[in-house]
Ligand binder design. Structure first.
Ligand code: EAX
Length: 344
């Protein structure tokens, strides 16, 4: 009988020790920063989409963001980047944030007309005199208030203002030296009411379309031209399908790094703070990349065969778009527009 009891006792002890001991704490994983020690935090992967090439300023900025998020969260949050519109156009991806098909998107304010019209005040033609002027406004109280409007109306979490850059006109028909040269040209614009009104005022035929359709439309001659910053004309290879470039710098195009609210709320407070810090730090880096590309790529576009008017007389273009200001002062308020203009 004794043998039976000791065998039973032994087998019981063997079973208990195989289950990690009787109720003792499992060794706390190295605190991954996201958890409170004890329970090892699982790794969360956030997918971020953008429309540009994997050599673009958006991509480089997001690679920096990825690196910063991983280090700030001790690897408990990882960022996966999807370039080339592989998750859809900007409008689709913004819509995807609320239906759970997209975790994050880096988008210009272009498609915001349809979601948060107030934020498109930044899209007014010739509003910003320089990138520094734009950064001063966007990184200040006005920029913060606009981000809060995006969060409230879109139900997302906007992390920071990034940069697309000053937009310039390209086309295949003729050099654009004055507004009259734009007359009748089919110019692709973003799906943005202000952009369309501005190109109407300049005498062109604005044709709104997603960036994902643009290269093919240019290649097939469905449209005559488009407008984008130099880094995009280079990295999206528009020089292959566009002959003329005029450095009008008619819109300063800011970008928004947005994350799904549900995803953001599912993170720990520490992980949320890490994402916000990383977005702001990466924004500084990404803006620097835009500046470097703007300087570096113009000569390369010439070598690729583009005919470039580098210093057009901008005044006639500014005058031609004044009706756009009359219309939108009523919508945004003259005070806000003047505050932005005077914040140089
Ligand atoms: O945000 O659609 C455009 O022309 C934008 O410049 C592009 O999607 C990057």
């Amino acid at each position: 009988m004794k043998k039976f009891v000791s065998a039973l006792l032994m087998s019981t002890m063997l079973v208990v020790s195989a289950c990690g001991g009787g109720g003792q704490e499992t060794a706390p994983a190295a605190d991954s920063g996201g958890g409170q020690g004890g329970q090892a935090a699982e790794t969360v992967t956030l997918k971020v989409g953008h429309t540009l090439a994997d050599t673009s300023h958006y991509q480089k900025g997001l690679e920096k963001f990825k690196e910063l998020v991983s280090s700030k969260t001790n690897g408990t949050v990882e960022i996966e980047i999807f370039p080339n519109g592989s998750l859809g156009g900007e409008r689709d991806m913004v819509e995807g944030l609320n239906v759970g098909s997209v975790d994050m998107v880096l988008t210009s304010t272009g498609p915001m007309s349809g979601f948060v019209p107030e934020v498109t005040v930044v899209d007014l033609p010739f509003l910003f005199k320089s990138a520094e002027h734009a950064h001063k406004v966007l990184d200040g109280e006005i920029g913060q208030q606009l981000l809060e409007k995006v969060d409230a109306q879109l139900g997302v979490k906007s992390l920071a203002w990034w940069e697309n850059g000053f937009r310039n006109v390209t086309n295949n028909k003729r050099p654009i030296e004055k507004p009259e040269d734009l007359k009748g040209l089919k110019i692709r614009t973003m799906e943005n009411d202000i952009h369309m009104d501005a190109f109407n005022a300049l005498g062109a035929q604005p044709t709104p379309m997603s960036f994902t359709e643009l290269f093919t439309a240019l290649q097939q001659g469905v449209i005559d031209g488009e407008e984008n910053p130099v880094p995009i004309i280079m990295t999206s290879r528009f020089y292959e399908v566009q002959k003329y470039l005029t450095m009008t710098r008619h819109f300063y195009s800011p970008s928004l790094l947005l994350v799904s609210k549900a995803k953001f709320d599912s993170l720990t407070p520490e992980q949320q703070k890490a994402l916000e810090e990383a977005a702001l730090e990466a924004a500084k880096y990404e803006r620097q990349v835009v500046q470097e590309m703007d300087n570096e790529y113009l000569s390369q576009l010439k070598e690729k065969g583009m005919e470039i008017i580098e210093n057009p007389d901008i005044e006639p273009f500014v005058q031609a778009v004044q009706p756009v200001y009359e219309k939108y002062e009523a919508q945004f308020g003259k005070d806000l527009i003047d505050s932005i203009r005077n914040a140089q």
